[in-house]
Write a protein that binds this ligand. Structure first.
Ligand SMILES: [Zn+2]
Length: 274
């Protein structure tokens, strides 16, 4: 198919589904594939992942992931309600699980389906570090970055959904899905998030962690530890899709005051550093 045809198809699909303003960034984003199609697939993939991996329950760490996850999701909902977007997350079905796996990884699928791998805990180091990772991953989901990672031809391939054809849960679609959302287990199949998406997720993530009562500068410390870890581990999925850099760390440091100010609007008086 010619590029022109693909582009016009994309335009038609985008027009049919429409633009929405992202409540966190204020940017217009195009929902290329609607939530009504993405979320059922996301939930199915999540259940499948949990049933084929070792989910840890009833430990101090698994409880920490659930507690902090809940705080971040409450922060997201409070922020949205306060900014005139109540109901924005009505289709979300939040879930936070810790999985036994040495890989340095964590992700959030569309609809608030979160997984932390045990391998990322030493780098997270403390509750504030977990909140920083959680805030960042939830931010990717809230800003629909997964959908925006699709290329024109991939959108075209999935474009059938605009004609109300259900997104079939076949192997090919699953593979594409995992690539967009960065949740697969194959490092080679991973697509890195763009620098602008990383920056956006950092910014939104800081706001979320501050509203949840955590010190935003803890995120800068976290990314410093990530940077150190990237020296030794060449197979880290998280680091290959979320490269750490001095620019990222200095941006986070510069945004910390604003994030704290946002947290104070929601009654936070002290920000937990650990
Ligand atoms: Zn990221």
């Amino acid at each position: 198919m010619k590029i022109k045809t693909i582009l016009s198809l994309v335009a038609i699909i985008a027009f049919a589904i429409g633009c929405t303003t992202n409540p966190f960034t204020g940017k217009k984003t195009i929902a290329l594939v609607p939530n009504s199609q993405i979320l059922p697939m996301s939930y199915q993939q999540y259940d499948e992942f949990l049933s084929t991996n070792k989910v840890i329950t009833g430990t101090v760490d698994s409880k920490r992931i659930k507690d902090i996850g809940q705080k971040i999701s409450v922060a997201a909902e409070r922020y949205l309600n306060a900014n005139g977007y109540s109901g924005y997350l009505k289709d979300y079905a939040w879930d936070y699980n810790l999985v036994q796996d040495d890989a340095i990884n964590a992700w959030c699928m569309p609809g608030g389906k979160i997984v932390f791998y045990t391998g990322i805990l030493p780098i997270a180091k403390n509750d504030a570090g977990i909140a920083a990772i959680m805030g960042h991953e939830v931010a990717h989901a809230l800003a629909n970055h997964g959908q925006q990672r699709m290329s024109a031809s991939q959108v075209q391939a999935l474009g059938a959904v605009a004609g109300n054809v259900a997104l079939a849960n076949n192997a090919e679609n699953q593979e594409m899905f995992n690539q967009y959302y960065g949740v697969g287990s194959n490092v080679l199949g991973m697509l890195p998030f763009s620098r602008s998406h990383e920056s956006e997720a950092d910014n939104i993530g800081l706001t979320l962690m501050a509203i949840a009562g955590y010190e935003p500068l803890a995120a800068a410390d976290l990314w410093r530890r990530m940077k150190e870890a990237s020296g030794g581990s060449s197979t880290s999925e998280f680091l290959s899709t979320h490269p750490s850099s001095d620019t990222r760390i200095s941006n986070i440091t510069a945004w910390a005051d604003d994030a704290r100010a946002e947290g104070r609007k929601f009654g936070v008086t002290t920000f937990k550093k650990e």
